[in-house]
Design a protein around this ligand. Structure first.
Ligand code: ADP
Length: 376
């Protein structure tokens, strides 16, 4: 039996899954919500973690899993792979927290709480940024004053790395070819969205940057905006916090249409809503922008891979994303695209030189596997 307890600790919630690494199944999963809020499940992360253990009952006994895997959003330039958690590692994660003030402190609260109550198993931190540490300097460097960039850690890090890596591996298996020989573009399209160019299994460029705000149009995040527009808004009197809220919480599909959920936006567009139609056009235009760019960076392409909520479930938006890219060898077979099942599959026409794939992601399983491997 090889089970890993996977923890994804946010600022006000703890998501958890007990994952069987061999079968890939989640044996138990759940959520502790509204931590620290009136009427919430728990007053703080420590109480939340004790609640999780109570819920797990006998399954929460340390002896029933080989490791605890923790999702950590930002590993800065320090972490290039899953890492066994020690006091020193906790201190290092704390040091890079300035780069992800919303996420890392919450991840750390979960790590501390879990280490306090699950004392007899190794804890492993799995970083959203780690997979992208293979990017070359020309891809991760922003062209700003190098001393300022250095002093503040300002560079592209990229996120969703656990998902991009997992999906790339599954895509290679589906294609029946070694990952080391493949050029892939993975489109992780969920509430948060990112595109990654993967050459021989290594991330060589990705659309998210210093933070998970850059790149594609997301549920409520803007993606790419001229930095000059932000300066302009600050000069008009918007505070830094207001600008932060605008870009993270009031932009993307939500900002353009008043609806943050892609299903609602598609429905509104079908009903003739002009804002919704424009939003879908902007969304798809931005994706094609990155697909074209990464095709050029990769110097060829074996497969374009769709994953996450929208990528896995929306034939309409997959079709929109690649519309007009036939000249790049990218096209979709309508019947294959319309089929829905939970397994990796090809949706490009029979015999297509460049494959278009749908590959469900599973970040919990990826974290569980990484943790199990490290725990030996
Ligand atoms: P998160 O980034 O929160 O993990 P998900 O990967 O679960 O997000 O993706 C959520 C998004 O997927 C939402 O915008 C949701 O509307 C969209 N989605 C899920 N199913 C469908 C569908 N059948 N058609 C269109 N969009 C869908």
């Amino acid at each position: 039996m090889s089970r890993v307890f996977v923890v994804n600790s946010g600022s006000s919630s703890i998501k958890y899954q007990l994952v069987d690494v061999e079968s890939g199944e989640a044996v138990i999963g759940g959520l502790v919500e509204r931590i620290g809020e009136p009427g919430g499940d728990a007053a703080d992360h420590s109480e939340g973690m004790r609640l999780v253990l109570d819920r797990l009952g006998a399954a929460g006994d340390d002896a029933s899993f080989v490791a605890v895997g923790h999702r950590v959003v930002h590993g800065g330039s320090l972490f290039t792979a899953p890492t066994l958690v020690t006091d020193e590692v906790v201190a290092q994660i704390e040091r890079v927290s300035a780069l992800a003030p919303l996420h890392n402190p919450a991840n750390l609260a979960g790590i501390r709480a879990a280490r306090a109550v699950m004392t007899d198993v190794p804890h492993v931190a799995v970083f959203d940024t780690a997979f992208h540490q293979s990017m070359p300097a020309e891809a991760y460097t922003y062209a700003i004053d190098r001393d300022v960039a250095q002093a503040h850690g300002v560079r592209r890090y990229g996120f969703h790395g656990t998902s991009h890596e997992f999906v790339a591996g599954r895509a290679a298996a589906l294609l029946g070819r070694p990952l080391e020989q493949l050029k892939l573009i993975v489109l992780h399209l969920g509430n948060g969205s990112s595109a990654t160019a993967i050459d021989g299994g290594r991330s060589i460029d990705t659309s998210m940057g210093l933070t998970p705000l850059e790149g594609l149009v997301m549920g409520s995040r803007s993606g790419d905006v001229d930095p000059g527009a932000l300066l302009h808004l600050l000069r008009t009197g918007l505070s830094v916090d207001e600008l932060d809220r605008l870009l993270n919480k009031r932009s993307g599909l939500l900002g353009l249409t008043g609806r943050g959920d892609m299903r609602d936006v598609v429905q509104a567009a079908d009903d003739g809503d002009a804002d919704a139609r424009l939003a879908l056009d902007v969304w798809a235009h931005r994706i094609r922008h990155y697909v074209g760019a990464y095709l050029a960076q990769l110097g060829g392409l074996d497969a374009l891979v769709f994953t996450a909520g929208i990528g896995e479930n929306s034939p309409v938006m997959r079709a929109r994303a690649v519309a007009g890219l036939q000249h790049l060898g990218l096209s979709i077979d309508d019947d294959r695209n319309a089929m829905s099942w939970r397994e990796p599959r090809e949706i490009s026409p029979e015999g297509a030189a460049v494959k278009v794939l749908v590959v469900p992601t599973n970040e919990e399983l990826a974290i569980a596997r990484a943790a199990a491997a490290l725990a030996g």
